[in-house]
Design a protein around this ligand. Structure first.
Ligand SMILES: C[S@@+](CC[C@H](N)C(=O)[O-])C[C@H]1O[C@@H](n2cnc3c(N)ncnc32)[C@H](O)[C@@H]1O
Length: 301
C-alpha cells in the first residue's frame, strides 16, 4: 500500500504539547487521517503511549497503519465515525482515556484521490460521503444537487457555506439540471462558476469552494456529529486531562467554543484557550492550509 502523503499536519507541536501526555497514557486521535499527529506522539514517546486512531475513511486508515507500523508505534485502529466514540472504545475495553484530539475536515490525500467528488478541480462522481458505506448516509451530494428544491439548496449554501451568492448559485443549479442530470464535481463547479458575478471568479478562492463545503457538511451531518461527539469525548476523558479540537471554519469553531465555554460555566473543567491557538507565520508560509486552523483546548476537572 502506498503510504506517501502530501498532507502536512497543522499546529503539530501545539497540539501534542497541549495534551501533556505521560508514559502509560492512552490517547485517542479521533481523526487519524495521514497520522501526522499520531506519528509525532510515537516519535516522542515510542511505545509508552497507546494511540487509538479512528477514521471514517478506510483508505486513510490503511495509509496511516503502514506509517505507524514502520515507526514501531503502540496503536489500535478503529474504522468508524467518531460519533460512535463511546461505543467503539467500550468494545475495545477502553473506558477512560488520558487525552483526545480532533483535527477536523479531511486530508489533501482524500481530496486528491478520494474519487468522491470533494474537489471542484476534479471531475468525479458526486458523492461527498466521508465514510465508505453509502448506506450510512441519508443522502449524497448527487441527490442534493439533482433533487432538492431551490429554496433548500439556497438555505444550506447560505448557512453551511456562508456564501453570499447562495441565491444565484441555487438558481444556477436548478436551471442547469433542467437540461440534464448533474453528474460530476467538475460539472457542478462549472455551473457555480457561471452563476456568480464575474468579479467573484477573480478572487483567491475558487467560487465553488463554499458551496462544496456546504454540500459536504450536509451530506455528513458534520455539525450535529461534532456537537454530540464532543459530549462523548468529555465522557470518556479522565479527570485532569485534555480534549482538543482543531477546526478550519467558523461554523465548527463556534460549536467548539460554545461547548467548551458551557462546560467551563458548568464548572466541568477549564477552557485553557480563551482565544484559539493559531498557526505562526512560519507555519502558514510552509502550509497555507494552516492559515484558517484554530486549536481550542479544554481540561476536564
Ligand atoms: C484533517 S484530517 C486529519 C489529519 C491528521 N491529523 C494528520 O495530521 O495526518 C481529518 C481526518 O478525519 C476524518 N474524519 C472526518 N470526519 C470524521 C468523522 N466524523 N469520524 C471519523 N473520522 C472523520 C477524515 O476522513 C480525515 O481522514
Amino acid at each position: 500500500m502506498n503510504s506517501t502523503t502530501k498532507h502536512i499536519p497543522v499546529l503539530l507541536k501545539e497540539t501534542i504539547d497541549g495534551l501533556n501526555l505521560r508514559p502509560g497514557d492512552t490517547v485517542v486521535d479521533a481523526t487519524l487521517g495521514g497520522a501526522g499527529h499520531a506519528l509525532e506522539i510515537a516519535k516522542r514517546f515510542g511505545r509508552d503511549i497507546h494511540i487509538v486512531g479512528i477514521d471514517v475513511d478506510g483508505a486513510s486508515l490503511r495509509r496511516a497503519e503502514v506509517k505507524l507500523k514502520k515507526i514501531g508505534a503502540f496503536y489500535s485502529l478503529i474504522h468508524s465515525n467518531f460519533q460512535n466514540l463511546e461505543r467503539i472504545l467500550g468494545e475495545k475495553g477502553i473506558t477512560r482515556v488520558q487525552g483526545i484530539y480532533f483535527d477536523l475536515g479531511w486530508s489533501i490525500d482524500q481530496f486528491e484521490s478520494g474519487g468522491r467528488g470533494f474537489s471542484f478541480q476534479k471531475d468525479e462522481p458526486l458523492s461527498m460521503t466521508l465514510g465508505d458505506n453509502a448506506a450510512d448516509y441519508k443522502f449524497n451530494a448527487h441527490q442534493i444537487v439533482n433533487e432538492w428544491d431551490e429554496e433548500n439548496l439556497r438555505s444550506i449554501i447560505e448557512s453551511y457555506g456562508e456564501e453570499s451568492h447562495a441565491y444565484r448559485i441555487a438558481k444556477g443549479i436548478t436551471t442547469a439540471r433542467a437540461n440534464g442530470t448533474i453528474r460530476t464535481s467538475g460539472q457542478l463547479a462549472e455551473i457555480i462558476n457561471s452563476s456568480v458575478p464575474k468579479y467573484y471568479t477573480w478572487r483567491r478562492i475558487h467560487p465553488a469552494t463554499k458551496t462544496f463545503q456546504a454540500i459536504r457538511i450536509t451530506v455528513n451531518d458534520e455539525l450535529n456529529v461534532l456537537k454530540s461527539s464532543l459530549g462523548s469525548a468529555y465522557n470518556v476523558l479522565e479527570s485532569g486531562r485534555m480534549v482538543e479540537v482543531i477546526s478550519f471554519h467558523s461554523l465548527e469553531d463556534r460549536i467548539v467554543k460554545r461547548t467548551m465555554r458551557d462546560w467551563d460555566d458548568e464548572e466541568k473543567g477549564k477552557m485553557l484557550t480563551k482565544r484559539p491557538i493559531t498557526a505562526s507565520s512560519w507555519e502558514t508560509n510552509l502550509n497555507p492550509r494552516s492559515r484558517s486552523a484554530k486549536l481550542r483546548i479544554f481540561q476536564k476537572k
